[in-house]
Design a protein around this ligand. Structure first.
Ligand SMILES: NC(=O)c1ccc[n+]([C@@H]2O[C@H](COP(=O)([O-])OP(=O)(O)OC[C@H]3O[C@@H](n4cnc5c(N)ncnc54)[C@H](OP(=O)(O)O)[C@@H]3O)[C@@H](O)[C@H]2O)c1
Length: 273
């Protein structure tokens, strides 16, 4: 039986991926911060006749300790992993400082994905065709990691923080593969289509505006993530798989620079110490 974990699997694209794998007969655990969304996911799983194979772990993945607790819960529930899907994100209009003293976007969009990817490698390496799938902003070459002030302590802007964490995620797959040269686990980083997930944490009036735009211009999560699901089932040969809007992305772009990736790995280990 396949085993799949989806961080951010209670809504949006993550939820579609989680339900797909349940329908295929996998054991699936989703992680999210809102209990009602987790309960809805479990009810949907039960309606599919997959209640026994579905799990929900409530956690606030902005906290490093919560990520470590989630790892322990996944290790208790799964003996191996075939898929680890990372979609967790929450926008912060004003600078949010986490319990660890990190800036919120950096913590949720990058550090959480770092901790889950590295710490679940043991389970992944026991999977049949293990794959990490990180849904982000791959292929966008604008901006860079804010090396001088990655926590945006001096001057915060939501877009600047999202761009910096997006570029950090580009480098995460690179350093993950570099640091596991003999591993079997592949790393798929992708940018999806503009998607009407309908469930963001934006405060008003930003939420109403985002939802109205989404209804008009965005694809449904089902439509948006179809190509990603196909890639999970039929994986390319390379270990670092890069896609934007379902098309391959050039791994020699400056956003995947191996030296920058190693620098970020060291920086991350440093702040986590
Ligand atoms: N939608 C788009 O147009 C678009 C475009 C480009 C890239 N992307 C990327 O695609 C990914 C998924 O997007 P989406 O639109 O499907 O997202 P979404 O529907 O907003 O889902 C986000 C998921 O993250 C979870 N989450 C949020 N904060 C959390 C926290 N503190 N702790 C634990 N879980 C948390 C949410 O669950 P709870 O609410 O229960 O916490 C939810 O399951 C994101 O990383 C985004 O950057 C999206």
């Amino acid at each position: 039986m396949k085993n799949v974990v989806v961080a951010g699997g209670t809504t949006g694209m993550g939820r579609v991926i989680a339900l797909y794998h349940l329908r295929q007969g996998a054991r699936v655990t989703v992680i999210g911060s809102t209990p009602a969304r987790g309960e809805q996911f479990l009810a949907d799983a039960a309606a599919l006749g997959a209640g026994e194979r579905a799990g929900f772990v409530r956690a606030d993945l902005r906290s490093v300790a919560e990520n470590h607790r989630v790892v322990a819960e996944i290790e208790a529930r799964h003996e191996a992993l075939d898929g680890l899907v990372l979609t967790q994100l929450m926008p912060f209009v004003k600078r949010y400082e986490t319990v660890d003293g990190f800036e919120g976007v950096f913590s949720l969009y990058y550090v959480s994905r770092f901790v889950l990817s590295y710490r679940l490698t043991g389970l992944l390496e026991r999977g049949d065709m293990p794959l990490v799938v990180s849904v982000g902003a791959t292929g966008i070459t604008k901006g860079a990691v804010n090396w001088g002030d990655p926590q945006f302590a001096a001057s915060y802007g939501m877009v600047k923080a999202m761009v910096s964490a997006g570029r950090a995620n580009d480098l995460l797959g690179v350093h993950y593969v570099q640091n596991h040269p003999d591993g079997r686990t592949k790393y798929l980083q992708l940018r999806p289509w503009y998607t009407d997930s309908g469930t963001n944490h934006l405060p008003q009036p930003h939420r109403t505006v985002a939802r109205a735009l989404g209804k008009v211009f965005a694809k449904s999560p089902e439509e948006s993530i179809r190509g990603t699901i196909a890639l999970m089932d039929d994986q390319p040969a390379e270990r670092l798989i890069l896609r934007a809007l379902d098309k391959p992305v050039d791994p020699s772009l400056r956003t995947f620079n191996p030296a920058d990736a190693q620098r970020l790995y060291e920086l991350t280990k440093g702040v986590l110490r």
